[in-house]
Design a protein around this ligand. Structure first.
Ligand code: FRU
Length: 547
């Protein structure tokens, strides 16, 4: 691993770069003007304008991480679903590119095809024949949605509302796309489920090396089933098996994922993880995500256990990247909830992605659990720490007035021993009249919680002002909490990352304080570090690896 420049040096370099580029009045770490709005996330991706939901087509190719996403090019509400596109060298700094797949309309303006969620692969061996010598095809597999009765190019009729699986390919690093002439490649759900033609979607495709074939997993949303297919050429697909109902079935199953991970870093003990999003029925109400740990033999998935993927309200449609160069598995979720996604305070854009999360499988208290951490390299955004070292936390509230940063984003890492306190932790986005988002450990209930009941604007939806919690035991009397604070979100990674809680918040202007608290007794921070974070939307001159 390369040595990270120390924060102070990066800060100095940033100021120097700003001075050279003639913008010395913009301190290092601040966002550039297009991304500098009060609630615009500074640590994760938003499109410059308009509506965004699920991440799609996450794939690494030729030094670039691609992120496609469900996007409405014509407004800040869901509709006209197309694939937006952005690229990154490091999973931190993104560049928005023109649309990849654009909604299609007839001459009366009626939508004939929308592009719903899906995935992308690089067809390195040209199994599809869609590539050219030296130019492997990037192949996107998505759900074609036909809102009205429609005749396809091949003369076949599709019914209004039908969802079929289709592919498009690119020979120029995803910059331009051609829809395959033989679309859709899977027109109908498997025979016993023919009546599910309106709810058959979200294909995730990956290369299954042991049998040199492609595997696709898609959902029959209302049946709480995934259906698995295989192919040797990405064009012809054979139905293999189904999985489900299982685990949480309180709502539609959407956006499945399936991948293998080493257990405790030992590839000989690998297991398979199926991620399954569902709406509603999530752990905090509305949409949410769960995962199954189990076995996959190339044809069938069998679950051994299941758990929530995130205990907060705002982590949905989570899927992972295909083919990170170093074999790591990185997951991305839409940082919102269908319960109120449309009601969020409107701005030029609506909808944000999460910080990309690196996944692991660890044996914790005898069980194999998924762990999530902000992606490696994320700590390169850290500026000089504004707080360090352990300390006692007296009963009551202890403000930390120095804990502020240039972009309004913080990284807080604490080892919290609640001691005699019933509840203890930290309030962020603290402002007048007790406003703030509370992140704490409740010793009486044995849970980590995020309380956004007084976190700022919650007037837009009755369910927004809420407290979300998930159980977790103390270890040696303490719990590790890493908290990413952004302009409109708070994300908690507890323990080794086996528990995460993602929450949007809309603090009022100027509510940027940080305070420690302990209730019903004193607590102890065995360790504490707080770093201001630079914006990922900093001017290119301030970004370590220019994009
Ligand atoms: C999940 C989802 C997917 C669908 C897409 C449409 O949020 O409903 O199932 O493909 O959004 O935008």
């Amino acid at each position: 691993t390369t040595e990270k420049p120390r924060a102070a040096e990066m800060l100095a370099a940033g100021i120097a770069a700003a001075a050279i580029s003639g913008c010395a009045q913009v301190p290092a770490g601040q966002p550039r003007a297009e991304y500098d709005q009060p609630h615009r996330p500074q640590l994760s991706y938003t499109p410059e304008r308009n509506w965004m939901n699920d991440p799609n087509g996450l794939v690494h190719h030729d030094g670039e991480y691609h992120m496609f996403y469900q996007y409405n090019p014509n407004g800040a509400g869901w509709g006209d679903m197309s694939w937006g596109h952005a690229v990154s060298p490091d999973l931190l700094h993104w560049r928005e590119l023109p649309l990849a797949l654009t909604v299609e309309k007839d001459d009366k303006g009626g939508v004939t095809q929308m592009f719903f969620s899906g995935s992308a692969v690089v067809d390195t061996d040209n199994t599809s024949g869609l590539g050219q010598p030296g130019k492997p095809a990037m192949v996107a597999m998505y759900t074609s949605v036909y809102p009205q009765d429609f005749t396809l190019a091949n003369g076949r009729r599709v019914r209004a509302g039908q969802q079929s699986q289709s592919l498009a390919y690119s020979l120029d690093k995803g910059r331009s796309w051609t829809q395959y002439a033989g679309n859709p490649v899977i027109e109908q759900p498997p025979a016993p489920y023919a009546d599910e033609y309106r709810e058959f979607r979200d294909p995730k495709v990956f290369w299954y090396a042991p049998e040199r074939k492609w595997v696709m997993v898609a959902v029959l949303a209302h049946r709480h089933k995934t259906v698995l297919y295989s192919s040797t050429d990405l064009r012809n697909w054979r139905y293999m098996s189904e999985f489900g109902p299982a685990g949480a079935v309180g709502g539609m199953w959407e956006c499945p994922d399936l991948f293998e991970l080493a257990v405790d870093g030992d590839p000989a003990r690998s297991k398979w993880v199926m991620v399954m999003n569902l709406n509603p029925g999530g752990p905090a109400g509305g949409s949410g995500a769960q995962y199954f740990v189990g076995r996959f033999d190339g044809a069938t998935f069998q679950a051994e256990r299941d758990e929530w993927l995130d205990g907060g309200a705002d982590f949905y449609a989570a899927v992972s990247w295909n083919g990170a160069p170093d074999g790591r598995r990185v997951l991305l979720g839409w940082m919102s909830n269908w319960l109120y996604a449309h009601d969020l305070p409107a701005a030029a854009w609506r909808g944000a992605q999460s910080v990309p999360r690196e996944l692991g499988l660890r044996t914790i208290d005898g069980q194999v659990r998924l762990t999530q951490q902000p992606v490696t390299g994320f700590d390169g955004l850290r500026r000089a720490a504004v707080a360090r070292g352990g300390r006692a936390v007296a009963e009551g509230v202890t403000p930390l007035p120095q804990a502020r940063g240039p972009a309004g984003a913080l990284d807080i890492d604490m080892l919290l021993a609640p001691g005699g306190a019933a509840r203890a932790g930290v309030t962020v986005h603290a402002g007048p009249n007790g406003e703030g988002t509370v992140v704490g450990y409740d010793r009486e209930r044995g849970e980590v919680y995020v309380d956004r009941r007084n976190a700022g604007d919650a007037s837009f939806h009755a369910a927004f002002a809420a407290r979300h919690a998930a159980p977790m035991a103390l270890r040696d009397g303490a719990i590790r909490l890493r908290i990413l604070v952004d302009r409109s979100s708070v994300t908690v990674f507890a323990g080794e990352g086996e528990l995460t809680l993602s929450s949007q918040v809309f603090p009022r202007a100027g509510s940027d304080g940080v305070a420690l608290f302990a209730e019903g007794g004193a607590a102890e921070l065995r360790a504490l570090q707080i770093w201001p974070l630079a914006s990922i939307w900093a001017k290119p001159a301030e970004i370590p690896e220019a994009i």
